[in-house]
Design a protein around this ligand. Structure first.
Ligand SMILES: Nc1ncnc2c1ncn2[C@@H]1O[C@H](COP(=O)(O)OP(=O)(O)O)[C@@H](O)[C@H]1O
Ligand SMILES: CC(=O)N[C@@H](CCC(=O)OP(=O)(O)O)C(=O)O
Length: 304
């Protein structure tokens, strides 16, 4: 049943109080940037959050946008375990698309809707220190694992939060492109979910929202899992239910909760105002991952 604005506002009040003064990290995936109306609803949600005293930090992706630009210059995309194989030419395109185009588009969009956003890549203020990521393939108990070289793909070594802490005390909303910098100034391409998880952990965020293009985590029967604990999520990682990009996403959620982020939600970015619907309604949307399930007497919303 459609709820009217007044009832939604009344429902939202306790959550506005709960999140006020707290940091919420939002990963805005390339697949969720589908059309103008959706982008606008995202920008309005972020501006509203800042306006009511929450500290939103946006980390964006741009995988499909990188893929299209690579195609235009005659290069094919190649992924291993959800990571783009990145040679030097690909790295140039990744940095131009993420830090140049997508980042500035999101910044402009937020500013057009009344916010004051500033774009950062991992190089600005040495925000994302990275190192080369190695992938290992299991070859049997009696064999050493095969090392797969995926080029200039990075993993986060450290997030230098100083600049984000300064911005938290201001009107400014940080928008972060997932490009990291190595010890010798090398540029690394990092999966945006991993950056968002690390930023949320480093800021001790109240919540991490991962926006994607499915309703949330689906079980073996294709049904939405509304809520799961870290232990349940770890069990799910062991079977074949999670595939492709959902594997690093759920792993990142588990890591973030274990590092002290209170809740992670994987939500459908194709729904207008999905950020506000997840944050400010009793039922939420998508899949919530928590350390443990709250008891009913703890006054927290329970879902699932
Ligand atoms: N069990 C699952 N539940 C939901 N999605 C899944 C599952 N297993 C695999 N997926 C896939 O994971 C994708 C989301 O990951 P990804 O493509 O990396 O998203 P994004 O680019 O938004 O970060 C979905 O589009 C879906 O095809
Ligand atoms: C190493 C790696 O795969 N990096 C990603 C970075 C962008 C990203 O993660 O974008 P989405 O969130 O839209 O998928 C890439 O090159 O596509």
């Amino acid at each position: 049943m459609m709820r009217d604005t007044a009832s939604l506002l009344i429902e939202a009040l306790p959550y506005i109080r709960q999140f006020s003064g707290k940091t919420i990290v939002i990963k805005y995936g390339g697949h969720a940037m589908k059309d103008e109306a959706l982008k606008e609803s995202f920008a309005k949600d972020v501006v509203l959050m800042k306006y009511i005293g929450i500290h939103p930090v946006v980390v964006h992706g741009g995988g499909p946008q990188i893929g299209r630009m690579l195609e235009r210059v005659g290069k094919k995309s190649d992924f291993r375990a959800g990571m783009r194989v990145t040679d030097e030419d690909t790295m140039d395109v990744v940095e131009m698309v993420l830090a140049g185009k997508v980042n500035k588009e999101i910044v402009a969009l937020i500013n057009r809707h009344g916010g004051r956003a500033i774009g950062l890549s991992g190089k600005d203020g040495q925000l994302i220190e990275a190192r080369k990521m190695h992938l290992y393939r299991y070859q049997g108990d009696d064999q050493p694992p095969e090392i797969i070289d995926i080029g200039l793909v990075g993993e986060v070594r450290r997030i230098n939060v100083e600049i984000l802490k300064v911005l938290e005390q201001s009107r400014v909303i940080p928008v972060i492109a997932p490009v990291g910098v190595g010890p010798d100034g090398e540029t690394y391409n990092i999966n945006a979910d991993l950056v968002a998880g690390s930023v949320a952990s480093a800021l001790n965020a109240e919540k991490l929202l991962l926006m994607t293009d499915v309703p949330g985590v689906l079980d073996g029967a294709g049904q939405l899992i509304s809520s799961m604990t870290v232990a349940e999520a770890a069990d799910l990682m062991q079977d074949e239910t999670l595939k492709g990009g959902m594997i690093p996403k759920v792993q990142c959620a588990i890591d973030a909760v274990q590092a002290g982020v209170r809740k992670v939600a994987i939500v459908d970015g194709r729904i207008p105002h999905s950020v506000l619907l997840e944050l400010f309604t009793d039922s939420g949307i998508g899949t919530e991952i928590v350390g443990r399930r709250p008891r009913r007497d703890e006054g927290e919303r329970t879902r699932g």
